[in-house]
Design a protein. Structure first.
Lengths: 298, 291
């Protein structure tokens, strides 16, 4: 306590003159810093505003007028065209479906594994955890040809099951990584008391441990949702019928077909990114936290 | 108590489904890719065993080494740009007003799919109507570059969307690490009269050396795995000028139906990723001793 007082005393006596002598210089310095930080923010955000602008323009406006002008007469028809002519409605629904199923499966399976590894006692737990973690380092493209062959011989090519299973498998490592970090900080006393009371292991997991992990579960759900929503290679390789494709692949095909129709292309791209932007707008704190947790712990 | 928590049946029940999935869809394919590399195979017909032919061809294949070089170059650029991200994070973490808001803005591109980013940047790079060339024309540049269509600069042009996409991600991580540096250490250094640059260099950076190391690995190994963005923006062209390992593998297998040779490239990619991870860890761990 006295030490803290000493420190603050030192601080005030030493830093007061230091601050006044530097205030003008440091104010200019801060001004410059803010300008730099602001310019970077504009660089990060302006391409998306530009996209929004040209998604509402006619081709004449895109080609003839300044790229920074506002659309004269917002062409909402571009969105209607993209939604129906580009099958975007089907792709959108598929994306939602695969994302939801894969996220639920991944989070449940990962919770089971994390519980068994961090809470239960068995010899190979360290090895199995290592196996899951190392999966994070494997380049997915090296597995693509064998996966294609495995799914072909099990008749799962052009069947969404192949894509959903791949999402689950490739997202398990990062999900377990994030969960394990949280499980290690959870107190064990409640679970131990429940064991004493003769509670079954399943009840402990479902009624005690799982509810305690809800904050971190929501983080992993969001991270998984973003990954799955944006995934491209698996869908592009394993699914060929239009009725099964997702929005990421659909957008890519649509742009290939309507090469010169900037408005419709812009509208399609906007439709594909709006759900993620809305999720970010509502849940930005959780998403930022999840991204920080997911990679630093690894 | 020990009995309930070490029930073998329950452990198997909880671990096995996920374990089977990653064995079946990650580990067995990794082994198979090396095995398929020994085959002459078009993906549909029968495989024909050709021994090490594909791998010998791979070692002699100029295109493979060129695409490896491109991947490594992207990794090098990404590593160098980490310096910029670090400086930005140091600024943001030094109690700047609005830092939280700014880093959230910076992260936005990272949330979009590489396909959407690719298609958006295809428009930004468009030689006549794209954002960049329209800007350059306004500033009086007569013959702005054609960017992705120019084989001399296509690979370097790709780096703009890559930085745009990942900058926020690295800043978030460095920022989080810097926020974990104990406040007392910085206060003590200030009392001793250290400048903020000295504090950054002598205290903050050494303390987050572990995170920096992980990010270097992520930047380099992540670059070796780049695919989506390049596939969408250039498809590896023009004339292989922006070909990387994954895009080369993909076009050999899924466009030319050389599944055997494609597998050999995939196996090469795996080996190079593992070797690079090991190498960086080795190089950086010896450096860490200095701190």
């Amino acid at each position: 306590m006295s030490k803290a007082v000493m420190e603050t005393k030192f601080n005030t006596t030493l830093s007061a003159p230091y601050k006044t002598s530097k205030s003008l210089g440091s104010r200019i310095g801060y001004g410059v810093l803010y300008v730099i930080l602001g310019i970077i923010a504009i660089i990060q955000i302006y391409p998306l505003i530009w996209l929004l602008l040209f998604s509402l323009k006619t081709n004449q406006e895109v080609f003839g007028m300044s790229p920074f002008s506002l659309p004269q007469n917002p062409q909402w028809g571009n969105y209607a065209k993209a939604w129906s002519a580009g099958h975007i409605d089907v792709y959108f629904f598929n994306s939602v479906l695969y994302t939801v199923i894969a996220v639920v499966l991944t989070v449940i399976l990962a919770s089971f594994v994390t519980f068994a590894i961090t809470r239960m006692h068995w010899k190979l737990s360290g090895l199995v955890l290592g196996l899951f973690m190392a999966g994070y380092m494997i380049p997915l493209h090296s597995t693509l040809i064998p996966l294609f062959n495995i799914f072909k011989s099990t008749h799962l090519i052009d069947n969404p099951v192949s894509v959903i299973l791949s999402y689950v498998a490739f997202n398990l490592p990062i999900t377990i990584m994030i969960l394990a970090g949280f499980y290690k900080t959870l107190p064990r006393e409640i679970e131990e008391a429940a064991v004493m009371d003769g509670c079954s292991i399943h009840r402990i997991f479902f009624q005690i441990t799982l509810p305690m992990t809800i904050p971190v579960l929501s983080t992993t759900v969001i991270i998984n949702m973003i990954y799955n929503w944006n995934e491209f290679v698996f869908v592009n390789t394993f699914l060929s019928s239009d009725k099964w494709k997702t929005i990421t692949v659909g957008v890519n095909n649509f742009v290939g077909q309507y090469l010169t129709d900037w408005g419709a292309i812009g509208a399609t791209l906007m439709i594909s990114i709006i759900p993620v932007l809305i999720a970010y707008f509502i849940l930005s704190d959780r998403i930022v936290e999840g991204i920080a947790a997911g990679s630093v712990k690894g | 108590m020990k009995n309930v928590m070490s029930n073998k049946f329950v452990i198997t029940l909880y671990v096995l489904p996920a374990l089977i999935l990653i064995l079946l869809l990650i580990y067995i394919p990794i082994v198979l890719t090396g095995y398929y590399g020994l085959m002459d195979w078009n993906g549909i017909g029968k495989m024909k065993f050709v021994g090490l032919d594909n791998y010998i061809e791979l070692v002699k294949d100029k295109l493979f080494w060129q695409s490896t070089w491109h991947s490594l170059l992207l990794g090098l650029f990404s590593t160098v740009s980490l310096v910029g991200y670090l400086i930005l994070s140091l600024i943001l973490a030094s109690k700047i007003k609005g830092a939280n808001f700014l880093r959230k803005i910076y992260l936005i591109p990272m949330l979009l799919s590489s396909v959407a980013i690719g298609q958006l940047w295809a428009k930004i790079f468009d030689p006549t109507n794209g954002m960049i060339n329209r800007l350059l024309t306004i500033f009086g540049v007569d013959n702005p570059p054609v960017w992705l269509a120019d084989s001399k600069i296509a690979l370097y042009a790709l780096f703009f969307p890559i930085v745009w996409q990942y900058a926020g991600f690295y800043i978030i991580i460095f920022y989080a690490a810097l926020k974990n540096v104990p406040e007392e250490l910085i206060e003590a250094a200030k009392i001793d009269g250290a400048t903020s640059i000295q504090i950054a260099y002598k205290i903050k950076l050494p303390l987050i050396a572990g995170v920096i190391k992980v990010m270097v690995i992520l930047a380099i190994v992540g670059s070796l795995k780049y695919f989506d963005l390049i596939f969408v923006l250039t498809g590896g062209g023009p004339n292989h000028a922006s070909e990387v390992m994954a895009s080369y593998m993909y076009s050999e297998a899924f466009s030319k139906y050389n599944f055997g040779y494609g597998s050999a490239i995939g196996f090469g990619l795996l080996i190079i990723c593992l070797v690079m991870t090991w190498l960086i860890q080795k190089l950086l761990s010896s450096k860490e001793v200095e701190f």
